[in-house]
Ligand binder design. Structure first.
Ligand code: HEC
Length: 122
């Protein structure tokens, strides 16, 4: 009896170990974030609260506390400068109302990179 349950437990462990990586990979794939996701997500970038995106019809009812994202490549040819603005707006303007997304860990390094690339393309 004891042997049988030990074998069952061992079998369950082996099965779980085999299945877990597959499930994890599927999940990663399903929720692979884009810069646009981060910008639109209210619990992440929430950029639309203050910035419009005139080229995106799904960016409805944005705020206008700041310039909309347009002609970004021309206005921010230097990616590092754009990233720095998103990382910590208070570095350029100590009175900025824009949240310091990187510095305060509102977004991860990776998310700031995704957002920078997406915004630079607008
Ligand atoms: C609470 C309002 C607010 C939010 C939310 C916000 N910003 Fe800003 N943003 C500003 C303001 C205000 C400025 C003008 C410069 C300053 O005061 O820092 C600005 C400036 C910028 C600039 C420079 C714009 C230009 O055209 O010169 C960029 C780029 C930018 N924000 C990106 C973002 C991104 C990306 C997000 C989301 C991850 C975001 N902002 C979220 C308020 C905000």
């Amino acid at each position: 009896m004891q042997n049988k349950s030990s074998i069952l437990i061992a079998l369950a462990v082996v099965l779980a170990a085999g299945v877990a990586p597959v499930v994890a990979a599927e999940n990663d794939k399903a929720k692979e974030l884009t810069g646009r996701d981060v910008v639109f997500d209210r619990s992440k970038g929430n950029c639309l609260t203050c910035h419009g995106i005139p080229s995106d019809p799904e960016a409805v009812a944005p705020g206008n506390a700041a310039l909309p994202f347009f002609a970004m490549k021309g206005r921010f040819p230097d990616r590092a400068k754009l990233r720095a603005q998103i990382w910590d707006a208070t570095a350029a303007n100590p009175n900025s109302i824009m949240p310091p997304f990187g510095k305060h860990q509102i977004l991860t390094e990776h998310e700031v990179d995704l957002v920078t690339d997406y915004v630079q393309g607008l």
